[in-house]
Design a protein around this ligand. Sequence first.
Ligand code: PLP
Length: 380
Amino acid sequence: MKKTYLLAPGPTPVPPEALTAMSMPIIHHRSPDFIPILESAKNGLKWLFQTDNVVLILASTGTGGMVGAVNNFLSPGDKAVVVRGGKFGERWSEICEAFGVLPINIDVEWGYAVKPSQVEAELKKDPSIKAVMIQASETSTGVLHPTREIGEIVKKYPNCLFIVDAITAMGVIDMPVDKWGIDVCITGSQKALMLPPGLAFVSVSEKAWKANESAKCNRFYFNFKKERKNLEKNQTNFTTASSLVVGLNSALSMMKAEGLENIFKRHERLANATRAAVKAMGLKLFAKESPSLALTAIEVPEGIDGGKLTKIMRDKYGVTVAGGQAQLKGKIFRIAHLGYFNTFDIIIGISCAEMALKEMGANITLGKGVAAAEEILLKF
Ligand SMILES: *Cc1c(COP(=O)(O)O)cnc(C)c1O
């Protein structure tokens, strides 16, 4: 018998309450029964995003939300500053190029955060820049970029939008969208929202709606103006992923019961415990500064094959963590702690890493990481 544990930074585990809700018979998305369900989801998302703006609900993964964030607000030939500090930063550039938007890339060494002054320098150099795009939490490296500080800078440029991929930050760190001046903020269902993959959520500010009026990029499926009009009537432009929206209400009511402050504190506590465990095991964090609270990226010790490590963890012990992407393949492994995670998920992840590394011949003293995590989890 194999018991499995999902400790990856998306998809994340789904609580039984949401699973049960989603197993109910399908409601037709244009029927009156569905109206209050979508209305409740719409309002719950505003609460989560801490915004008075509309939060669109799209049937797609997070990347669909990123695509819509580019082609609904920009025109071919527009310039956008893109912070590239990992795999998802590169995705911003690739999406821009697909629509003829010209990315001005700020390449940040993987494992480091961008400096707000680097963004400011680009904006000062070229006043025609129409957008700044970042990841609030760069999931491929486990680093937080300084979203609040960059928001303060972009606020000073009335023709420039601040577009934030918050896919592993929303519901993890305190990110008040309106206060921080985020014009377009994206998250997805399968991360901190504790749902299966399939929904993207995008908040849009008044400044961004104004840009939408003259934006000329091609679009069809992700047409935000039409989505907003439909959402006013508690509808979506195309068929709603209705079961996922039912699950969303269930997840949001769990989050409301816990409260935003407590959610952020829980993520901080789990991240602190994981980092303390990593250090006690004699391993290194991949993030050299501002480590993410959503996941911990850990360097695979010298002489150990990272691909084999995550394979042993998954196939022998049933624990799914994430390996490294692109140039980090085989070099790091990533333990998630976002969404439906608590104390003993961390213990499972650390204990499994200790056992698998030990059997692969790494210099590990069993229990050291677990003990260090427990010390933090007990106190904090
Ligand atoms: C998961 C994730 C995405 C979206 O990936 P999808 O596979 O399209 O859901 C985008 N950005 C970041 C930072 C992510 O963690």
